[in-house]
Ligand binder design. Structure first.
Ligand code: TXA
Ligand code: MG
Length: 316
């Protein structure tokens, strides 16, 4: 399969929507990372996502919709969920809520769970495509399973760990402004719980809820604890975290100081998140072990540290 590169203009959006309607997978820009989209109501199309990514079938996918009305047709929202949706949608927040079985979402999307992860993306091209397509799009990040998430179309098509030749098209709208995946909130056991730190700081969600979020026990092998197999977002090179300085054989990723590979010379966590995955890829291409400077564990720093710990985790 030759993967088409489409631009996010009228003809490109029309072509992307037509491919999706025909049951194909298309990589699409969102404000967080590029997602690999397919019609969430079409089980065969969703199966193509898992196949293109080589993704373990127990790992459920996020469904993207254009607005809250569309989301409410798919899942049951209680008051707390409605409050978070109105505070943070469109945006980098995914809510895990009880699935409405009558919504017609293909069972493979939720990998058999009674809940569904939903998000209204803020990116203009994602919004335009959702409206043109007119239905829900299942979309995990558009990388091979376990590899670094893509934050531009070139990452999606990367010969090493990318999806070129495995998907119908990529809709190219330039780099993703946020650069880390969405924050995921669910209510397992009835309490609002941070299932994955991400593009919206947990502190902002706690402020909106006026209550602390419960945390998941970090049992990284439990697939219902979303997602997170211990080694994930993995570069090829080994990664050493909290490094004050590099050893002679290491490539150094700086933070708060300048350097050839600095996440943010000024120590800005928003800029660091936007640069994270591209910087990891560029460091990996040096072919040497990677050392990363300490990142403060607040705001977007929590999402950055979460991704770095997974990238550094022992490999299978
Ligand atoms: O920013 C994002 O969230 C990006 C863009 C494309 O929207 N998507 C993304 O999807 O990161 P993915 O599939 O790479 O990660 C989704 C995570 C997985 O860890 C999955 O296990 C979890 O969400 N998840 C999805 N549905 C769930 C559910 N019903 N219950 C628990 N976890 C769920
Ligand atoms: Mg992912």
């Amino acid at each position: 399969m030759q993967t088409e590169r489409l631009t996010a203009d009228r003809p490109g959006l029309t072509r992307a929507a037509a491919l999706l309607a025909a049951g194909e997978c298309v990589a699409i820009p969102t404000e967080t990372v590029y997602g690999l989209a397919a019609d969430a109501r079409d089980g065969r199309a969703v199966a193509r996502i898992y196949a293109a990514k080589d993704r373990p079938a127990f790992n459920p996918l996020i469904v993207h919709v254009a607005d809250l009305d569309a989301a409410r047709r798919i899942a049951a929202f209680d008051d707390a969920a409605l409050m978070l949706a109105s505070a943070f949608w469109p945006g980098a927040l995914t809510l895990v809520l009880p699935l409405r079985p009558e919504a017609g979402i293909a069972p493979l999307v939720g990998a058999g769970l009674p809940t569904i992860g939903l998000r209204v993306p803020a990116h203009a091209a994602a919004q335009a495509l959702l409206r043109r397509f007119g239905g829900p799009l299942a979309a995990p990040s558009a990388n091979a399973s376990g590899r670094i998430s893509p934050t531009c179309a070139d990452h999606v098509l990367d010969p090493d760990g990318g999806l070129a030749g495995r998907i119908a098209a990529v809709l190219d709208a330039g780099p993703c402004p946020v650069g880390v995946e969405s924050t995921i909130i669910g209510w397992p056991g009835g309490r609002a719980t941070l299932l994955r730190p991400g593009g919206i700081p947990a502190e902002a969600i706690e402020a909106a809820l006026d209550a602390p979020l419960a945390r998941l026990a970090t049992d990284a092998e439990t697939p219902t604890a979303p997602g997170q197999l211990s080694s994930h977002y993995a570069p090829n090179a080994p990664l050493r975290l909290n490094a004050a300085a590099p050893r002679p054989d290491e490539t150094f990723i700086a933070f708060g100081t300048p350097g050839p590979l600095s996440l943010s010379p000024s120590g800005d966590l928003v800029q660091a998140a936007a640069n994270l995955f591209d910087t990891l890829r560029r460091a990996d291409r040096q072919g040497r072990p990677i050392a990363v400077a300490p990142i403060p564990d607040r705001g977007l720093g929590r999402a950055i540290n979460d991704r770095l710990r997974r990238a550094a985790a022992p490999r299978d």
